[in-house]
Design a protein. Structure first.
Length: 203
């Protein structure tokens, strides 16, 4: 199975869908019974969206997508683990998806919790602590650059997640190196509903 669109064309489709969502002109494509029938035995998504689990960040809605359009993986604070990496490698090696979007958003609870933990020295309990530990490098980088606003930290964390993804997965880094797949960081503004590219020079 091959995708017939380039990484930049995939991002353009996402941008156009997001613009429709922002302007209140969403088309809600590919959501009918016929589309459901088409996809019973196959799927050919044109993008992967690896985003935060936040309930306000429903990928198919904010990019005005339908069934079969996007392969979506979500964890709190879009934190990487082995299951996420396996899912993303599957999307690239089996589904040949040309674009992976790491999707962060302002007022992110996981990043805010990490900022609080770094500033107070008080770590949260149990598995939330694991999330905070994985986000801490992004918060520390922001603080070293005198960026103390949590939304600046969100952008830094999205960028660092892209870097970690490429460093952790030979499958994905190889696809990126031969330009069959691009990996980008995007920040979503809750009030505006706009998704903005925050990595440069990839597409």
């Amino acid at each position: 199975m091959t995708n017939l669109i380039s990484p930049s064309e995939a991002w353009q489709r996402l941008r156009e869908g997001n613009e429709r969502f922002v302007s209140g002109a969403a088309l809600h494509p590919n959501q009918g019974a016929s589309r459901r029938s088409e996809l019973v035995n196959t799927q050919n998504p044109f993008a992967v969206i690896f985003g935060c689990s936040d309930s306000r960040l429903a990928a198919e809605i904010i990019f005005d997508l339908g069934l079969g359009d996007a392969f979506v993986v979500r964890t709190a604070g879009h934190v990487l683990d082995d299951a996420v990496l396996g899912s993303l490698e599957y999307s690239v090696s089996v589904l040949n998806v040309p674009l992976i979007v790491v999707l962060g958003h302002d007022s992110c609870g996981a990043v805010t919790a990490t900022k609080d933990a770094v500033e107070t020295g008080q770590m949260p309990p149990r598995f939330i602590r694991d999330l905070v530990e994985r986000i801490t490098p992004s918060v520390l980088t922001s603080l070293r650059e005198d960026k103390t606003d949590v939304n600046d930290m969100v952008v830094e964390h999205a960028k660092q997640t892209v870097d970690r993804l490429l460093e952790s997965s030979q499958v994905i880094s190889a696809a990126a190196n031969n330009s069959s797949t691009a990996v980008i960081a995007v920040a979503y503004r809750l009030e505006e509903g706009r998704a903005q590219l925050v990595t440069a020079g990839v597409l």
